[in-house]
Design a binder for this molecule. Structure first.
Ligand code: FEO
Length: 402
């Protein structure tokens, strides 16, 4: 079973009477059955022991419930008074029924939206809940938890929990990373940046405006520590806050992203020709054969790209399904790209451009004239690709990117 390697027998102290009691999932290979994971992930849970009451901040992904609960015995935890549910998704809330069974006097503390989600998804009775609103506090004796509603990063039920006396902010999924390891605290290195960027691409990019809002809110709080529900604890939160400022900013980078699928190399020839022309003009261009590529790598580059060009062969009378999938994912993730286009090749006909363009309806982009050809590219087709390269260059130039 996954997670055994990362089993934590002793809760890790973070600060006096605040402990990490989450688990590594080193073997998980894909998240949401969508984005591949390079290193697995973590499900973070935190224990706060006040002078009068003990609270748990978030719980555990269901496959790890047994290990998670055994660790409470290993650490001689005899009672939990409050289970703070910052978010209802089951990688954090999934163990709540089991924790309630083990500690029957515990109450779930959460907001009304999250309460309703947990009631529906985990079949927990209303009487087990204490409902809180923005700004409400919960006393554990010598420690106080203040609740901050944070809908939109990434569910409508999300809230943050702020441990007032210790200046520690528990942000649930916000600012997380898919990065398991033995180190409790973030190393703030390139490995973490990459893991956090992959995470942001899928989980947070569709909510850029909310990300900006909550980064500003956290700036104002100035927490000594940020404790997300995936990945390491930030004892120098500026590292991840600066990254989010960059990723969520409206300004794109001088990058053209070309995910493509090519059945008989015609589209690939067009893609590589366009790439070489753009690179010659000083426009960074990354091409991904979507049949071979990691969708996470493509999504990560959507964060920065000013232009997205989708390359597609035709299957029957429609875009190749692999190209349709990447267009669909782009539409879901709503990157900040300012320009988009399509290049493609067909054998006997069909509607490629309109069908792909319809799949990108969420993108707020200016469309650059697509290039659709029959069979192999010929002189006149290369001329059209030259025009596309010039149009992209001028578009980037107009934004001051090149
Ligand atoms: Fe990590 Fe939205 O759950």
């Amino acid at each position: 079973m996954t997670g055994v390697e990362g089993k934590i027998l002793k809760f890790k102290p973070i600060k006096e009477d605040v402990f990490y009691c989450g688990l590594n999932d080193n073997d998980r290979v894909i998240f949401d059955e969508l984005i591949p994971l390079e290193n697995g992930t973590t499900y973070n849970s935190y224990l706060i022991q006040g002078s009068n009451k003990t609270a748990l901040v978030d719980t555990m992904y269901p496959p790890f419930i047994e290990t998670y609960l055994n660790n409470f015995d290993e650490n001689s935890i005899k009672n939990i008074d409050y289970i703070i549910a910052n978010h209802g998704e089951q990688d954090h809330s999934g163990a709540i029924p089991a924790v309630l069974e083990k500690f029957p006097n515990a109450k779930i503390v959460t907001n009304n939206v999250c309460k309703n989600n947990i009631k529906e998804m985990l079949l927990v009775d209303e009487e087990k809940f204490i409902t809180v609103k923005d700004g409400d506090t919960l006393s554990l004796g010598n420690k106080t938890i203040k609740f901050i509603m944070a809908p939109g990063v990434h569910w409508p039920d999300t809230m943050f929990s702020y441990l007032v006396e210790d200046n520690m902010l528990f942000t649930c999924d916000f600012l997380g990373a898919h990065l398991p390891g033995d180190d409790l605290f973030a190393k703030n290195d390139s490995e973490l940046e990459s893991a956090a960027k992959r995470y942001y691409a899928e989980i947070m990019m569709p909510f850029r405006a909310m990300c900006k809002k909550y980064v500003k809110m956290i700036d104002d709080i100035k927490p000594a520590m940020v404790l997300p529900s995936h990945g390491p604890v930030y004892d120098k939160p500026e590292f991840i806050l600066d990254l989010y400022r960059d990723w969520a900013a409206d300004e794109a980078k001088n990058l053209v992203l070309i995910p493509y699928v090519s059945m008989y190399k015609s589209v690939e020839e067009m893609v590589f020709y366009l790439r070489d022309k753009l690179e010659d003009m000083g426009v960074k261009t990354l091409c991904f054969d979507v049949i071979q590529a990691d969708l996470g790598d493509i999504a990560m580059n959507m964060i920065d790209a000013a232009t997205i060009v989708i390359g597609a062969s035709m299957v029957l009378a429609s875009p190749h399904p692999a190209a349709a999938n990447v267009a669909y994912v782009a539409n879901l993730l709503r990157p900040k790209a300012k320009f988009a286009s399509i290049i493609g090749s067909y054998g006997w006909g069909g509607n490629l451009v309109n069908k792909l363009a319809d799949m990108l309806s969420n993108l707020n982009v200016q469309v650059i004239e697509p290039v659709l050809i029959k069979g192999k590219p010929k002189e006149a087709d290369y001329a059209l690709l030259n025009d596309m390269a010039k149009s992209i260059y001028k578009a980037h130039q107009a934004l001051g990117l090149v």
